[in-house]
Design a protein around this ligand. Structure first.
Ligand code: PLP
Length: 377
């Protein structure tokens, strides 16, 4: 059986006619930048998310950078985030002359642990960036409460969690990425809503921030050739918007297949000693950007598992093998080895199995059986 980590072509084949027709329309229109496809996608995504402003941009990293730029932070200001994430989250903080302050994660959800945030707050702290890792929205209620108490901004890194629902204790519901001051996402091809190239978007319900984010993405300009601030050039092009607008209509169905696949893995891994399957809190839905298990035995066993699976033709990935505070570029006396015990432990235990919208039960069975055979060796 042929197994892929992600299957972008299998997904494409099912919508090929529509995508081909629309992409050809973009080409023959000549409106490659900011055409009607961008406006349509922007409006449809805003409606899907229930958010006032959607600002499309070049990629998920730009989205994070522009979000931070809109907050008017000063060099040396501190931004609290997780070290158990893709580098982009901390990269944009450092790039803007701000200081990333890493906080450990929650043992059940692998997202920022609210109980550990307050101890990391100093007079220079301005912002918290929770990362909704693997497709699960972080504990936004607790994070928003801490932010409110200390007058901090919250920027959600929702690159992996588009479509995830979150319910606050007062019953208020919202989509991942629309729960803080600003949310960001990525349309990198392998993401849950993936383009056929690069793309990203920024979300906010705040009128002032909405205008600022748009201005920054457009060279700091509100009126063409007049520049009121220093911005960047970050755009979603018409072809990507055309593809994304079609795929957005299938996003719930894609996330449903991902959930079914995850449930299939869970059922087969239930009760296996030393193997921890993903936890879903009662107030959030998971969109399984990744299906990631923890092998408690640790790095040697985990690495051996990956090798054994590979020999059987089953791909797997380690998200992420090195925590950000131990990456050469981000080494600092403020956060050393041993300071984030759970993050460090997890980097040696996690392994992500094939997860995408085209997985069927037979494939899940096949992968899970091989996984268990390797695990029990
Ligand atoms: C993918 C990803 C990004 C960056 O998105 P790009 O579009 O690749 O720039 C940022 N944060 C997280 C958590 C991601 O998974």
């Amino acid at each position: 059986m042929q197994i892929q980590m992600v299957d972008v072509l299998g997904q494409y084949r099912k919508i090929q006619e529509e995508v081909d027709r629309e992409v050809l329309k973009v080409i023959t229109s000549g409106q490659f930048i900011n055409g009607p496809w961008v406006q349509s996608f922007k409006a449809n995504l805003a409606e899907y998310l229930g958010v006032k402003y959607v600002i499309p941009c070049g990629n998920g990293t730009d989205a994070l950078q522009v979000a931070l730029m809109a907050l008017d932070l000063k060099p040396g200001d501190e931004v609290i985030t997780a070290a158990f994430t893709f580098v982009a989250t901390a990269e944009v903080i450092a790039l803007l002359g701000l200081k990333p302050v890493f906080v450990d994660i929650d043992p059940a959800t692998y997202t920022l642990d609210p109980a550990k945030i307050e101890a990391a707050i100093t007079p220079r702290t301005r912002c918290i960036i929770p990362v909704h890792l693997y497709g699960l929205t972080a504990d936004m209620e607790a994070i928003n409460n801490i932010a409110k108490k200390h007058n901090l901004f919250v920027v959600e890194d929702a690159a992996q969690s588009i479509g995830s629902d979150y319910t606050f204790s007062d019953g208020r519901k919202g989509k991942s990425g629309t729960l803080g001051d600003i949310g960001t996402t990525s349309f990198y091809p392998s993401k849950n809503l993936g383009a056929y190239g690069d793309g990203g978007a920024i979300f906010t319900n705040d009128d002032v921030l909405g205008a600022k984010l748009l201005e920054i993405c457009n060279h700091g300009s509100k009126v063409r050739y007049y520049h009121s601030s220093i911005g960047v050039n970050s755009r979603l092009d018409s072809m990507q918007a055309a593809v994304l607008d079609i795929k957005l209509r299938h996003l719930n169905e894609y996330n449903k297949v991902r959930n079914a696949a995850a449930a299939g893995y869970n059922a087969r891994f239930a009760g296996v000693k030393g193997l921890i399957t993903p936890h879903i809190p009662a107030n959030a839905t998971h969109v399984f950007h990744q299906y990631t298990v923890r092998i408690l035995e640790g790095r040697a066993k985990r690495d051996a598992m990956q090798k054994a699976l590979q020999e059987r033709g089953i791909p797997s990935m380690i998200y992420y093998p090195v925590p950000l505070h131990l990456q050469e570029a981000y080494l600092s006396d403020a956060c050393k080895e041993g300071d984030l015990p759970l993050t460090e432990e997890l980097t040696g235990q996690v392994i992500s199995l094939p997860m995408h919208s085209e997985l069927d039960e037979a494939q899940i069975d096949y992968i899970a059986n091989h996984f268990l055979e390797c695990y029990n060796q």
